[in-house]
Design a protein around this ligand. Structure first.
Ligand code: SF4
Length: 487
């Protein structure tokens, strides 16, 4: 099978499987503290497979060009495009942060960065000229709203000159917003500039917790931004929370959850804070004595699940909850949910074009990542080269495992005949070792393995990463903790 065929096979798979549990009550998630305490370990978030830490420096600019050329010569129906732009700047540092960002108040740095980003957009738009339209856009960071209103308007106009966008009601155009950086007028302006989904970083409403992580964000101001997003007509409003932060207790968590529920967002993400001060410098400013212990963290997770479930939110997977009529929940029930670098998505397999320092793209059967420092980024663009630093071209084995992990992360079930139809393998033979390693999870009631389906039970869903990790060929090769805790 050629790599182009791998793509056709995996795209077909996404539409040909009917989950056995379609229509099941996803909110009936079971919280088993004993199991979670015993099995919670460090693991990837599987926004890609192979995961980004497996990309290698042998893959560069020319390999990326080949991947695009493969797409263009493949014929048949082109896949839609997804765009990701990375804006790395932040005003101040949040102590829990593990992102790739540049903390500065020098706004001229953003102007220089934007001029290079536009040049990269020009190069990419020339490469993809005449291919399919953009159905997804995501601005992430750092803090995308570090850019001024005018800079953002110019950037969006520049993008529209280079790429053809699907109409507003057909596309998903999202921006991550730090409520501390925007006014009510700015929120309305973002909607006019073409964004229709907004994701607000809240993390926690408690003032002590906010001080302990250096992210003071008064509740009334955040509420005003949420109300403005509704009034401006954003199709979807998402709020990000974190559990496991310093000074958090079950009591503060419950108060924050009540406030979030009363704000009525369409989606809520509850991320686990992974305290790894040796890897992430800002985290060294968090006082160890302020950290909740593992038992308290599990209790807070349980509160999140119970409170959000009681408020009618359904569990999508990983850290995500959504209202039952939200696009994500509907897509999951219909078996057409996808996962990419921005998390869960309703958009079918797209080719992801990523621009900006450290951003990650996924084109054809490849992943590629840009250089991580501004100096390297500017230098490569000055040489008229796309700033690709590393990546990976998927093997057949990678492709089949990527499909399996994607299905499990999105649907919690895997159709074995569909995998055998899409790839030239006999599942039981090819994955004999993996099936043996899954048996203890079956004994724990986390999964059921039948002749045609592998299903993750309501008890196993919070540990979905553990199930996926069994299919990750690279994990066995390096056991050092490179990833956050699965809980
Ligand atoms: S959490 Fe977000 S806003 Fe805070 S420092 Fe990190 S990237 Fe910047």
């Amino acid at each position: 099978m050629t790599l182009a065929a791998v793509h056709q096979a995996t795209s077909h798979l996404a539409s040909c499987t009917t989950p056995a549990s379609a229509g099941h009550p996803f909110h009936a998630l079971q919280f088993d503290a004993g199991l979670l305490g015993r099995l919670g370990r460090s693991g990837p978030r599987y926004t890609s497979y192979p995961t980004a830490d497996r990309f290698n420096g042998d893959f560069g600019y020319r390999d990326y060009l080949h991947a695009v050329a493969d797409l263009r010569t493949r014929g048949g129906k082109q896949r839609p495009l997804s765009l990701y732009l990375h804006i790395p700047f932040c005003d101040t540092v949040c102590y829990y942060c593990a992102c790739n960002k540049i903390v500065t108040r020098r706004r001229d740095k953003a102007a220089t960065y934007l001029s290079y980003l536009k040049r990269e957009i020009d190069m990419q738009s020339r490469l993809f000229a005449g291919t399919n339209e953009v159905t997804q856009l995501h601005l992430g960071g750092g803090t995308p709203t570090y850019l001024s209103d005018q800079q953002m308007g110019e950037l969006m106009a520049h993008l529209r000159r280079g790429f053809r966008f699907a109409p507003d009601d057909m596309g998903e155009y999202a921006i991550e917003v730090d409520p501390r950086t925007v006014s009510i007028e700015r929120v309305h302006s973002l909607r006019r500039q073409g964004f229709n989904r907004i994701s607000l970083g809240v993390q926690d409403f408690d003032a002590d917790v906010q001080r302990a992580v250096n992210r003071v964000q008064p509740e009334n101001e955040t509420r005003a931004i949420i109300d403005a997003a509704r009034a401006a007509g954003f199709r979807s409003l998402s709020i990000d929370l974190i559990y496991g932060l310093p000074k958090q207790t079950p009591g503060t968590m419950l108060q924050t959850l009540d406030k979030v529920v009363s704000a009525d967002p369409d989606r809520i993400s509850v991320y686990h804070y992974a305290h790894m001060p040796r890897l992430f410098k800002p985290q060294r400013r968090i006082r160890q004595e302020d950290m909740p212990d593992s038992e308290t963290k599990l209790r807070m997770l349980q509160l999140c699940i119970e409170r959000l479930g009681a408020a009618g939110y359904v569990y999508i997977g990983m850290d995500h909850f959504a209202k039952p009529d939200d696009d994500l929940a509907v897509a999951q029930r219909q078996g057409r949910l996808h996962r990419n670098f921005q998390g869960y998505s309703t958009h079918a397999d797209t080719d992801l074009v990523a621009c900006g320092v450290s951003s990650i793209g996924a084109v054809g059967a490849t992943y590629s990542q840009n250089v991580k420092t501004l100096e390297e980024y500017y230098d490569m663009i000055d040489q008229n080269e796309l700033p690709v630093q590393r990546g990976v071209r998927l093997s057949m084995d990678d492709a089949v495992r990527r499909t399996i992990i994607g299905q499990l992360m999105c649907q919690f079930e895997l159709s074995i005949p569909a995998i055998e139809q899409a790839f030239p393998i006999v599942f039981d033979k090819y994955f004999a070792d993996e099936l043996a390693r899954l048996r203890p999870m079956e004994a724990d009631g986390m999964i059921q393995i039948g002749p045609d389906w592998l299903s993750v039970s309501m008890k196993g869903r919070l540990l979905i990463r553990n199930v996926c990790m069994v299919f990750d060929r690279y994990l066995a090769q390096n056991d050092a903790p490179r990833h956050s805790q699965t809980l």
